[in-house]
Ligand binder design. Structure first.
Ligand SMILES: Cc1ncc(COP(=O)(O)O)c(C=O)c1O
Length: 405
């Protein structure tokens, strides 16, 4: 019987116990290389994988070398493609390995990529650093940029990619994927969505026109702060091109990492739903707190807010990332952060444990102060990733820490 829901697919899809000595779980294939049955089988493998020969119906070329492909990767990739409702998926050894492989595959000197800012610092650094050095033209837009503003940004240049991180790290700004993908289509460009913050539980970018979806799987997909991995899901023709760059760069995930990721996908929905419910309570508490100036969590968007319409069309839940501004700036925030006992002070997000970080001095430390201020990263801003702990314990901890402000 075929599964009809990603939660069901998460616990069985892509694994046949009969092919693994009856093992309920896919064993970890810790091997760098695979033995061919015969010279002809080796030849056939490379004809298909490197030479582009079409496999006959039902033919599986198997495996040759773990930098190219491995059994644990395939199980994870099948389940991820199912979650994101895409034709195919690839797993990488970090979110930045996925994003870097994608940029190097699809962008050429003279191409224009427009990207949302703020976004994860590593993505911004890659676009403004290496990609710009090799001749790619990277131009930023913000949450307030209108359709006309986007068209002006492109002008008569060769638009090759529209890149959007929504909701954005660390401010939770949201963007209209449908509007951006319409612009990309008009120019024959691809639309790439970083879906790390909401995960496919709450947002399926392909339904809104995305061609490729990237994740730092280090976050919700991995979910336990015990692995680094990245994912790209999307159109089969594009994924095939990325697969070849992954062969060449070796940005492939390790078998044990893919195994851990597969384990984590089984509980993705349960974790994310619980974390989101808790984050909604925590956001409501913070919004009422006298030491907190503003709170950004998608559950708090009022019906009169222009972003509310995008949220309703694009997302089925508000996620578990909160950003809030504490009154009194850096000194006050440090007092709060140092007083937390349940919430841990660390970068990263999406794990079972609640983590708080200070983007001004941590993830965005390299960015000039003027730019940080312009994109909404102020000295008083705290980014909070809500875990699976009891909401009462988290609220009590944040309350006592805010008392120190
Ligand atoms: C939204 C987003 N995209 C991409 C990345 C990069 O992922 P990784 O750290 O797994 O390389 C991060 C990391 O924090 C992120 O938050």
């Amino acid at each position: 019987m075929a599964e009809t829901n990603p939660q069901t697919a998460s616990v069985g899809k892509g694994h046949d116990p009969e092919r693994h000595l009856g093992s309920l779980k896919t064993p970890i294939y810790e091997t760098s290389t695979f033995v061919f049955e015969s010279a002809a089988a080796g030849k056939r493998y490379f004809e298909i994988v490197y030479g582009g020969a079409e496999p006959s119906p039902g033919e599986d070329p198997g495996y040759s070398y773990s930098r190219l492909d491995a059994p644990n990767l395939r199980v994870a990739e099948e389940r991820l493609a199912y979650w994101e409702e895409t034709e195919d998926a690839l797993v990488f050894n970090a979110g930045m390995a996925a994003i870097g492989t994608l940029f190097l595959t699809l962008l050429r000197p003279g191409d224009v990529v427009i990207y949302s800012s703020p976004a994860y610092g590593g993505t911004l650094t890659l676009l403004r650093g290496l990609m710009t050095e090799i001749g790619v033209i990277a131009r930023a837009y913000g949450p307030a940029t209108t359709g006309d503003g986007l068209a002006d940004l492109v002008g008569d240049d060769r638009l090759s990619m529209v890149y959007v991180e929504t909701p954005a790290n660390p401010t939770n700004d949201i963007y209209d994927i449908e509007m951006l993908s319409a612009l990309a289509t008009e120019h024959g460009a691809v639309t790439v969505v970083d879906n790390t913050f909401l995960s496919p539980v709450w947002q399926k970018p392909v339904r809104h026109g995305a061609d490729l979806i990237v994740h730092s799987a280090t976050k919700y997909l991995g979910g336990h702060s015990d692995l680094t991995a990245g994912v790209v899901c999307g159109r089969a023709d594009l994924i095939e091109r990325l697969r070849h760059t992954r062969y060449e760069l070796g940005t492939t995930a390790q078998p044990a990492t893919a195994w851990l990721l597969t384990r984590s996908l089984e509980t993705l929905q349960i974790r994310v739903e619980r974390q989101t419910a808790t984050a909604t309570s925590v956001a409501a508490f913070l919004a009422e707190h006298p030491k907190v100036e503003t709170v950004s969590h998608l559950s708090l968007l009022g019906a009169d807010d222009p972003r509310h319409d995008i949220f309703k069309r694009q997302c089925t839940g508000p996620g578990a990332m909160i950003s809030f501004i504490v009154t009194g700036g850096e000194e006050a925030v440090f007092r709060m952060l140092d007083a937390m006992r349940v919430v841990r002070l660390a970068v990263s997000l999406g794990g079972t444990e609640s983590l708080a970080s200070h983007p001004w001095t941590m993830s965005h430390a390299l960015m000039p102060a003027e730019e940080k201020t312009r994109i909404g990263v102020s000295p008083g801003l705290v980014r909070l990733s809500v875990g699976v702990e009891s909401p009462d314990d988290l609220i009590a901890d944040l309350g006592q820490a805010l008392d120190r402000v």
